[in-house]
Design a protein around this ligand. Structure first.
Ligand SMILES: [Zn+2]
Length: 438
């Protein structure tokens, strides 16, 4: 990539992909039920409901997203509670990463984020909370974690998670059902090789999958024994797990587009898959061609048993505009008060749905008027996404502080589901940068 500067914010959003999985997903894969999926920062769709956590856990039926303020329910149910203090039953601190899975017939929410503590010493620590939505039982599974938690997956016995330590990620685990695990008692994965960046791919049964910056995909157990390299790909990102397959990027290619001050290079890859039981490039097949890739992210995710992906094509680019930056590091023409920089405006959006059983692809949406920088959820009825720049539409306002939209696949209506409240959006982008803030 020739230019790093203009799309840093986009990347921060893209990097909010996280892993969340349940062991039953592989044993009895169902193409239409929740199943193995990737969690999102601050919100998670499960069983037709959007779960959201800022400081308080609440849920809203998907059908009511456009009237979310009215229908969202805090898991507190005390009519006298204002849901604004640590005394509220729904209070879970500063939630960053959210994962919902069924345990014992009920939806259990696992939230990882800031401690929410007023105590000076604990303020900057992180914790993992489990919230059972039928009994409203709330448990702190781990606390006092010194580093931000990026991703997690949940098995019957363990929560496996990555913490960000400087520029790398390290794997840790704690019991999913037990009492509080202090940081010193958490399970630590051995660094192989030493100091390696370990990105969590997911949990399958009692196995944990992750990859490193060399493109190695590793398999280990939930207690981090017998770690071994399963597969070596061409990129240090872009891997997915689904229904007994490892999906990986292959056939990388690049396209260039000339901006005002410089040239942008964009890349795409074909998405292949190979069985986890005998993974190799020879034993693989193409699933999607020309998938957009960028900065450790491939624009493909599984939801509700289907693969959703965005292609890289001329339409995808949209247009290049230029703006101003006051950063001394910004490249471009020096002008009073700042430097001129290019900004990518992707005003169109296309999204495809591929059935992993038949490998047939259908177009879900195109040319929405807003870009889709991060798909939070997609299913037969709705697509939820974040947008990073305003598009050409004026009927649906753009909110730079937290543009999140829902696209109704039945009516083709696009609605914004974030409220206008500045208070609610306070720290929104910051949440992606530092989970302690909420
Ligand atoms: Zn409350």
């Amino acid at each position: 990539m020739k230019r790093l500067y203009p799309i840093v914010l986009v990347l921060v959003l893209l990097l909010s992909l996280a892993a969340c999985s349940g062991p039953e997903d592989y044993r009895s894969p169902s193409p239409t039920q929740g199943g193995f999926s990737m969690s999102s920062r601050g919100s998670y769709v499960y069983g037709g409901k959007l779960y959201e956590a800022r400081r308080v856990l609440s849920a809203c039926e998907l059908a009511h997203l456009d009237e979310r303020e009215e229908y969202a329910e805090a898991f507190c149910f005390d009519p006298l509670c204002e849901h604004d203090s640590p005394n509220c039953k729904a209070f879970i601190g500063g939630a960053g990463t959210l994962c919902v899975r069924e345990i014992g017939g009920t939806a259990a929410v696992f939230a990882a984020g800031g401690s929410g503590s007023e105590n000076e010493e604990e303020k900057t620590a992180y914790k993992i909370t489990r919230f059972d939505t039928d009994t409203l039982m709330k448990r702190e599974l781990a606390r006092g974690i010194p580093d931000p938690i990026e991703t997690l997956c949940v098995t019957d016995e363990y929560v496996v998670f990555t913490v960000r330590q400087g520029g790398r990620h390290a794997l840790r685990a704690c019991p999913a059902n037990g009492a509080k695990t202090l940081w010193a008692d958490a399970l630590w994965a051995e660094d192989k090789p030493e100091g390696a960046d370990h990105r969590l791919l997911g949990c399958v049964g009692e196995n944990v999958y992750y990859y490193d910056e060399a493109g190695n995909v590793w398999e280990t157990t939930v207690t981090f024994e017998k770690a071994k390299i399963l597969f070596t790909g061409i990129l240090p990102y872009g891997y997915l797990l689904w229904d007994g397959y490892l999906y990986f990027p292959y056939n990388l290619s690049a396209q260039e587009i000339q901006g005002y001050t410089d040239c942008f290079t964009f890349s795409s890859a074909d998405l292949f898959r190979t069985p986890l039981s005998a993974p190799s490039i020879e034993n693989s097949e193409a699933v999607a061609r020309g998938v957009y890739t960028s900065y450790n992210v491939i624009a493909a995710r599984f939801f509700e048993g289907k693969l959703y992906w965005s292609p890289l094509d001329a339409e995808y680019f949209g247009t290049v505009e230029y703006g101003w930056s006051t950063s001394p590091d910004a490249p471009g023409a020096e002008l009073a008060g700042g430097s001129m920089i290019d900004t990518m405006i992707r005003s169109t959006a296309s999204l495809y749905e591929t059935d992993p059983r038949t490998l047939e692809a259908t177009e879900v949406l195109s040319d929405l008027g807003y870009n889709t920088v991060n798909i939070l959820y997609a299913g037969p009825e709705y697509v939820l996404f974040q947008s990073s720049v305003s598009g050409y539409r004026t009927d649906v306002p753009y909110d730079p502080m937290g543009a999140q939209y829902v696209y109704d696949r039945t009516t083709a209506a696009l609605i914004r589901y974030q409220s206008n409240s500045a208070e609610e959006h306070a720290g929104w982008f910051y949440r992606y940068l530092d989970l302690a803030e909420d």
